[in-house]
Design a protein around this ligand. Structure first.
Ligand code: G16
Length: 560
């Protein structure tokens, strides 16, 4: 680093002292904390984003959001050149940067890292970072801190893309680096045109079976509902009623949103007995998750939840069907046929019944730790990789080689059997690859794909929910003195620390028919999460409560 660069960093960073006595870490989805603690961290992540752009010669994204967390929290994460999460190799540097005590330490760290990574400041290429933020009131000042961080690297440019859903920002980075249109307008255009294409390809017989084109959306009082209202105008065929847009004084994620609905299994605010029988969907605060639900007859608060596992199952069913149509009969021995590898990725939170169902479909099911960064990486190993967390975060990834093959196949079929089922299957798969975000889970694209598939199959939400019966489950969280005291293994199914805790959980779980339980430290909140599953709801609740007590005994406040 030359002197000009060093003195720029010194001047700027002295205006962003780190908070005292707080250790932050780049968790499941970036840094998250009370917004008042984050000025320095966001400033420093701005520096990291500019360095990442220098290193990769690409456009990088920086998103300011704490997604499902409380409105008083905020957070920051990086989108890599392909639109995915920051390379995990850079996470230790992010941690070190965020926690460097003084500007001098910060500069030393950056110098060492720049040398180790062989980052050149004289590449002569543009260094660009796209910035986005959700609707949190603290977002504006944190965005300024991020901009200062980015421009603390000589020649780096920060481009404010405005208030966005997290997946929109990831999508824009992906598109920019592929030299495609990357404005919000392009995003809406791509989603709406691929949706319309899929709707046009729905078999005639299916359309009338599900008369209900009306969808009621809980926007979590965040950014997603508002963006969906814009998108709806381009769709023609769906009637979407958005509630909890945040415009009527509702608080972000408070009694609303996908996280609340999935964890509590009750209706969000503004929903109730008048909604019995309707198809409802809940987004989270930054619209990277979605879960469906319906209100059963006679209920005003309870719901029938259709979670991320069921979305995954619906997608898997549809994709599998399209792939088998493509490979049908006469196609088998034709030159150029392609046995696409289809795989699905879940976490330990996946309901046991969903995993059994997917295996019965003959699919390869892989388990990873919680966090899209892990699931995405695994799904990318397939030609078509579908990943979903039970909480509704997921997408479908198509390999570049499979997309190329599909495009060539579609052209070929166009000339020999235009309009055939096989050509339609190729077109559908191509449209799905454009509708569903290739960078990260996206509630808007996910929602449109669910709607298309339900219409394609002629299914109601109830028929969809009957794919398999969920095992009753319960999720709880426990505040402990130090959540890092819990260390897990085997995709978080086993707690290897503190010693003895797993044995205690095992002996409790063994008391329950179809019992399963695990604990893990959250990467977005200061808690230990507890999951329990058993043959009845009452048993799942009891098991979760007992495991919570075990966590408290081993790690609760007051124990050393
Ligand atoms: C983030 C991650 C998800 C993860 C969730 C909860 O979601 O992107 O992969 O499931 O946090 O993580 P944890 O249990 O570690 O707190 P979001 O929607 O908050 O960005």
């Amino acid at each position: 680093m030359n002197e000009e660069q060093q003195s720029l960093l010194l001047n700027c960073s002295s205006r962003f002292p780190p908070p005292q006595g707080v250790k932050l870490s780049y968790g499941t989805a970036g840094f998250r904390a009370h917004a008042s603690l984050l000025q320095s961290t966001v400033y420093r992540v701005g520096i990291l984003a500019a360095l990442r752009s220098l290193k990769t010669h690409s456009v990088i994204g920086l998103m300011i959001t704490a997604s499902h967390n409380k409105v008083s929290d905020n957070g920051v994460k990086i989108a890599d050149p392909n639109g995915g999460m920051l390379s995990q190799q850079w996470e230790p540097f992010a941690d070190a940067l965020a926690n460097a005590p003084s500007p001098q330490d910060l500069i030393r760290l950056i110098s060492e890292f720049v040398e180790k990574e062989n980052i050149s400041f004289d590449g002569g290429r543009p260094v660009e970072v796209l910035l986005g933020r959700d609707t949190r009131p603290s977002g504006d000042s944190l965005l300024k801190a991020a901009t200062e961080g980015i421009t603390s690297i000589v020649g780096a440019v920060a481009i404010d893309m405005g208030i966005l859903t997290t997946p929109q920002l990831h999508w824009m980075v992906h598109a920019r680096n592929k030299a495609l249109g990357a404005l919000e307008h392009d995003y809406f255009e791509q989603l709406s045109s691929s949706f319309r294409c899929l709707m046009d390809l729905i078999p005639m017989g299916s359309k009338s079976k599900e008369p209900n084109n009306n969808l009621v959306v809980d926007g979590a009082n965040g950014v997603g509902g508002v963006k969906l209202q814009i998108l709806e105008k381009l769709l023609n065929s769906l009637v979407i009623e958005v509630r909890n847009t945040g415009k009527d004084g509702g608080v972000l994620n408070e009694g609303v949103g996908a996280d609340y609905v999935q964890k509590e299994k009750v209706v969000p605010r503004s929903f109730g007995s008048n909604d019995v029988g309707k198809r409802c969907v809940s987004l989270d605060g930054d619209a990277d998750r979605l879960v469906y639900f319906s209100v059963p007859p006679g209920s005003s608060t309870k719901i029938d939840l259709v979670d991320g596992d069921k979305i995954l199952s619906l997608f898997a069913l549809f994709i599998k069907e399209q792939l088998s149509i493509l490979n049908e009969k006469e196609a088998k021995n034709e030159k150029g046929s392609y046995e696409a590898r289809l795989g699905v990725v879940q976490t330990a939170y996946a309901n046991g019944a969903s995993t059994d169902y997917l295996k019965q479909l003959g699919l390869e099911v892989i388990l990873t730790p919680t966090g899209v960064k892990y699931l995405h990486e695994k799904a990318a190993e397939f030609d078509v990789g579908i990943y979903f967390e039970a909480n509704g975060h997921g997408t479908i990834l198509f390999s570049e080689s499979f997309i190329c093959w599909l495009e060539a196949r579609n052209n070929e079929l166009c000339s020999v059997s235009k309009g055939s089922e096989r050509q339609k299957a190729a077109l559908r798969l191509l449209a799905v690859s454009k509708l569903i975000n290739q960078a990260v889970g996206d509630a808007l694209g996910g929602l449109l794909l669910v709607e298309v598939i339900l219409q394609h199959l002629g299914w109601s939400i109830h028929r969809w929910n009957e794919l398999y019966e969920d095992l009753p489950s319960r999720q709880l969280k426990v505040k402990v003195e130090d959540r890092t005291a819990v260390v897990t293994a085997n995709a978080e199914t086993v707690a290897v620390r503190p010693p003895g805790i797993q044995e205690a959980i095992n002996s409790e779980t063994a008391k329950y028919h179809q019992g399963r339980s695990f604990i893990r430290p959250s990467g977005t909140e200061d808690v230990i999460r507890v999951y329990a599953e058993a043959s009845t709801q009452e048993a799942a609740d009891r098991l979760a409560n007992s495991v919570t007590k075990i966590v408290d005994q081993f790690l609760g406040f007051g124990r050393s």
